[in-house]
Design a protein around this ligand. Structure first.
Ligand code: AMP
Ligand code: FE
Ligand code: ZN
Ligand code: FE
Length: 297
């Protein structure tokens, strides 16, 4: 039995350098401790490689770490992000999907860089790899960072308004599993699937309710209702959908260090919701400090 303290501050969506965050896993955990966060989930895109470092830092700093992942999925051309908490990292089926996504992201980014370079933009694939660092899941943010460094754009956000968005001549998509299949795989791996920012229209077209219904049938546990990319109407809709389908309601920052304005714990998940997630997750143990370890002022 897990016992989440009733005052615990819980943030279940963060990124490190292992994907498109700007801090090492240890630095993310340290930032959480400094921000008064008791429990964070490390949910790098399509990769588990940050868990070990977050575990060590969490133990040292009194932060509990929920090992997680954000699985890139696609449905009818729409990008869908599925958070998976506590999956068994050795589960072959889920691992195979993550590996295929990452491999496809590499080729896709190489093509995007080639297209940009052919139009005269100062960028090379080697610079992108260097920017991302070793073993990171590559994404458009790393291309954006090189374009910023080379004086083409002001910041990452500018890239996501112009050059790197779907519809731009430089956009190339990558392999991503179907969200229902990804939900089934997270469940099969003993993990707890929660759909990230389900109605965030600033990111592009959003999915239909029918998909979320199918995902719920496949074992979806929750919706990330409280997220800064939801406008008021989208937030209300996410809340209604979660209630209608009997799904848990989570809230998270989607922290990327300096890579995004999102601040740790700007949205949080209620301790009793975390309790339910922990009860359902069986793929791998909690990491870092035991629950309730951090001394509170
Ligand atoms: P990709 O995975 O290559 O499709 O790129 C999508 C990633 O870009 C997401 O994981 C977001 O974290 C990031 N992203 C999207 N919009 C922005 C933005 N406006 N500023 C910074 N990062 C963004
Ligand atoms: Fe990201
Ligand atoms: Zn996401
Ligand atoms: Fe995210």
């Amino acid at each position: 039995m897990s016992a989440v303290p009733p005052q615990a501050v819980v943030d279940l969506h963060t990124h490190s350098l292992r994907s498109d965050g700007r801090e090492t896993p240890a630095e993310v955990v340290a930032a959480a401790a400094a921000a008064g966060v008791d429990v964070i989930a490390l949910t790098d895109h399509d990769v588990y490689s940050g868990w070990a470092e977050a575990d060590v830092a969490g133990t040292r700093l009194g932060v509990t770490v929920v090992p997680g992942v954000e699985v890139s999925c696609r449905w009818r051309g729409i990008s869908v992000h599925l958070l998976g908490y506590l999956p068994d990292p050795t589960h072959r089926g889920l691992l195979a999907e993550l590996e295929e996504s990452r491999a496809s992201r590499d080729t896709r980014l190489r093509r995007m860089v080639d297209l940009l370079a052919a139009e005269g933009y100062p960028i090379s694939y080697e610079e992108v790899l260097q920017e991302a660092g070793p073993d990171a899941t590559l994404g458009r943010p790393h291309v954006a960072d090189v374009l910023v460094r080379n004086g083409v754009l002001a910041d990452r956000s500018a890239a996501f308004e112009t050059l790197l968005v779907p519809g731009s001549p430089f956009y190339v998509s990558h392999y991503a599993p179907d969200p229902v299949r990804a939900t089934e795989l997270v469940v099969a791996a003993g993990g707890v699937p929660v759909m990230a920012h389900p109605f965030a229209s600033t990111r592009g077209r959003v999915v239909e309710e029918s998909l979320i219904e199918e995902m719920a049938q496949a074992g979806l546990a929750g919706l990330e209702v409280d997220h800064r990319d939801h406008g008021p109407a989208e937030h209300a809709r996410a809340e209604r959908t979660a209630t209608r389908l009997g799904l848990l309601r989570t809230g998270s920052s989607d922290y990327h260090g300096s890579g995004k304005p999102n601040r740790l714990a700007e949205n949080t998940t209620r301790p009793e919701v975390l309790e339910q997630i922990l009860e359902r997750g069986s793929g791998t143990p909690l990491l870092g400090a035991p629950l309730g370890a951090r001394r509170r002022a």
